[in-house]
Design a protein. Structure first.
Length: 296
């Protein structure tokens, strides 16, 4: 299927970053290139952009989407946790803006074989980088029960984590749990089959995805590198999709503001308008925080 992803909070990102001609920008999660194209438009005719992504399907889509901008665009494959090294190698230092959109793309969610969704049966994968060594199936079938429970509780904020871990361990003793629908059914039964607004397996799948991709560790590693890459007056814009990420971003920006390295632009996180939420339901949980590098 074609790579597709509707960029969330697009107007708000552009308002936050304030792209200008002649300046350099980094999109550390370029995806299909939606945010990147808007940054390039706003920084025309000679603003430049470095796009980074660990998913080759995303980079292929971004290359097509951003082809009209020619040499103004540089695309590299890699993780944003290495944004400092990747940016320096590409000549993007003292930049005027950096964006991270921490969400999983619509393409990744809707491609069954990527294993992010339990809506259809598929291999239990969940890797954003298809070459990464650890899959969700590996964690589900190899972690000790206590570690599995702790992972689901910490990253999924799931109060029924112990029951879920116990059910998984009992099931895998009979045969490995290798499919998304198998795991979703297991979790649902462990929690009594209750269905509220969200599926009972939602938090468990979130936890496994975060663990597989080391998402929180990557974010914690990337944020100080971004500050170092910014020129004075340059801005960082971070879009998060759950409270664990947003908390890391909020506390980091506050700490940097206290020592005078950042000025916080968004006192409260910016959220999608009602119109955007209706048009793109995946924007409902998005939160944007923006901060500016000071002269210090």
């Amino acid at each position: 299927m074609d790579y597709h992803h509707t960029p969330v909070l697009l107007r708000e990102v552009i308002a936050g970053l304030q792209p200008r001609p002649g300046c350099r920008y980094i999109d550390g999660t370029v995806g299909g290139g939606g945010h990147a194209a808007a940054i390039l438009e706003a920084s025309a005719p000679d603003g430049r952009l470095l796009g980074i992504d660990c998913d080759p399907a995303a980079l292929t889509a971004a290359a097509t989407r951003l082809a009209p901008y020619g040499e103004r665009v540089t695309l590299v494959r890699g993780s944003f946790r290495e944004i400092g090294r990747l940016a320096t190698a590409a000549g993007f230092v003292e930049v005027q803006g950096v964006l991270l959109d921490l969400g999983v793309s619509s393409y990744q969610l809707d491609t069954p074989e990527r294993g992010f969704s339990f809506q259809v049966g598929a291999p239990l994968d969940m890797r954003l980088d298809p070459d990464a060594p650890v899959t969700a199936a590996h964690l589900v079938n190899n972690l000790p029960e206590q570690e599995l429970a702790d992972l689901i509780f910490r990253y999924g904020e799931e109060r029924g984590s112990r029951r879920i871990a116990r059910a998984i361990v009992e099931a895998r003793q009979r045969k490995p749990v290798t499919r998304t629908d198998e795991l979703a059914a297991l979790v649902s039964r462990a929690l009594g089959g209750r269905h509220g607004k969200i599926h009972p397996a939602t938090r468990t799948f979130q936890a496994l995805r975060i663990a597989v991709n080391e998402e929180l560790a990557s974010l914690e590693a990337a944020l100080p590198q971004i500050v170092e890459l910014l020129a004075a007056g340059g801005r960082m814009a971070i879009i998060s999709f759950h409270s664990l990420e947003d908390r890391i971003v909020k506390h980091f920006m506050r700490a940097e503001a206290q020592i005078g390295r950042l000025r916080i632009i968004t006192r409260k996180p910016v959220e999608a308008s009602n119109e955007e939420q209706q048009a793109n339901p995946r924007s409902r949980s998005a939160k944007l925080r923006v901060a500016e590098r000071t002269q210090a």
